[in-house]
Design a protein around this ligand. Structure first.
Ligand code: GDP
Ligand code: MG
Length: 440
């Protein structure tokens, strides 16, 4: 179905002069795409009406670039609704520590995200965070935060479950000041549904420590209900920003649009996996592309930059040039790619690829990478560094050792040799110099 929207867009782009009927036609597809991405239906209705009015008002009808203009209006309006551009965090402007408070329903991702944020801000803003365990109701909540803290080597302040969350927040703040922490992140309890008791408690914490940010953490798979949840929290707490979690996997992120239009509060981060490094700043324009099913190549590039250091990349290029690229390098490279996320997710971020019919059913599991790795692990160090010595008898031994067939081992080695040859010619390896001459 997303493919249908892209088709409609490309037909429209190619058309010279467009008619009112063309606009209605493409807006039908936009409407379907939004509903499919789980955007709240009322918001879809309003959005489609706005864009249609705008398109018809802007004299695109009859204009030679009318089609392109309509596509742009759809994209711009979506981006605008989600806040326009990247929104920065609010930090304390005094010498006092910055205070962040996590709120949201149970299971939305507050505790995990508290850790992710602490980790992110330590890395990117040189902050010295303290996590505060304010969820005293779920039996394992304090331990969960402590586990997160110890994984990240970030301290956790707790007072057990017999003290009120307000007092824990206050004492946590004092402790932070005593130990020169400049960032305090307070984890709080959630319920399965919005209820008065919970809201009163959150409001009491807010009044007491006056956070710089009150984050509403929302599970992006909440779908249609996201609007109600977000509106209630916002009415009762006046949240400052939103963090959308679980935007990995299949969710197209319609919740982002629903929440933005319902609360007019900026979404600042998105959680994209269970690992504590899976947190990314929220870019409205990229999310607009994602909701429309148009991929997100920029985020993919950023992830690659984050995970693969420049030295690693340069060292690899050098090896390719000198043709010393061997199975150990191949292994390293495979590990780097796997760091970017599951194959299914990566593919979805590449524009065009994400709309190929049947891609969802394709078994793109990471199994193939895993067995390729198994084959390499079954090679001796000498074989890995000198792939040329891998004779038939060695291949049979490797096959037996890795539990793969001889055919698979042969295929893998062949593929390695071919990509080595190709990379050699691309980077101007010995006997080629193609790239060098192209650069001149
Ligand atoms: P809380 O009840 O709001 O504190 O939620 P938790 O932090 O305990 O998270 C609930 C579950 O969601 C845990 O299993 C987390 O690992 C998982 N989770 C949180 N954020 C993400 C995310 O961005 N992606 C995925 N896949 N899982 C997440
Ligand atoms: Mg929790």
């Amino acid at each position: 179905l997303t493919g249908r929207l892209q088709d409609a867009f490309s037909v429209l782009r190619k058309k010279g002069k467009i008619t009112e009927a063309d606009i209605d036609e493409v807006m039908r597809e936009v409407r379907l795409a939004l509903l499919e991405a789980d955007v709240n239906f009322k918001i879809v209705k309003e959005f489609v009406k706005n864009v249609r009015d705008k398109a018809k008002g802007e004299e695109v009808i009859g204009s030679l670039t009318g089609g392109q203009q309509v596509v742009k209006i759809v994209n711009d309006e979506l981006t605008e609704l989600m806040g326009g551009e990247l929104q920065e965090l609010n930090f304390s402007e005094t010498n006092e520590p910055t205070i962040f408070m996590m709120t949201g329903l149970q299971g939305s991702g507050k505790t995990t995200t508290a850790g992710k944020l602490a980790n992110y801000l330590r890395k990117h803003k040189k902050k010295k965070p303290l996590l505060v365990a304010g969820d005293i109701y779920r039996p394992a909540a304090i331990d969960q935060l402590k586990t997160v803290g110890s994984q990240l080597d970030i301290p956790v302040f707790e007072m057990g479950d017999q003290v009120s969350p307000v007092e824990i927040a206050e004492k946590g703040l004092e402790t932070a000041k005593e130990n020169n922490h400049d960032l305090v992140i307070i984890d709080t309890a959630g319920r399965l549904h919005v209820d008065e008791e919970l809201m009163d408690e959150l409001a009491a914490i807010k009044t007491s420590v006056r956070p710089d940010e009150i984050f509403l953490v929302v599970d992006s798979m909440t779908g249609q209900d996201a609007v109600n949840v977000a509106s209630s929290f916002d009415e009762l707490l006046d949240i400052t920003s939103v963090i959308l979690t679980k935007l990995d996997g299949d969710t197209r992120g319609g919740a982002a649009l629903s929440i933005s239009s319902a609360t007019h509060k900026p979404i600042k981060f998105v959680g994209t996996g269970e690992k504590l490094s899976d947190l990314e700043p929220f870019h409205p324009d990229r999310m607009a592309n994602r909701i429309l099913g148009m991929g997100d190549i920029l985020t993919l590039i950023e992830r690659a930059e984050e995970e693969v250091s420049e030295e690693e990349a340069l060292a690899l290029a050098e090896k390719m040039r000198e043709q010393t690229y061997d199975f150990n390098d191949f292994l390293d490279q495979m590990k780097q790619v796997q760091k970017l996320g599951p194959m299914q997710d990566i593919i979805k971020m590449i524009p065009g690829l994400n709309s190929i019919p049947g891609l969802d059913d394709l078994d793109l599991d990471d199994g193939q990478m895993d067995w390729t790795k198994a084959i390499i692990y079954s090679m001796t160090e000498e074989e890995r560094t000198n792939p040329n010595i891998i004779s038939q008898s060695r291949r049979r031994r490797i096959a037996a050792g890795s539990g793969r067939s001889l055919n698979e081992v042969n295929g893998m080695i062949k593929q390695f040799n071919e990509s080595k040859k190709m990379m050699g010619s691309m980077t101007g390896g010995k006997g080629s110099g193609k790239m060098d001459s192209m650069m001149e």
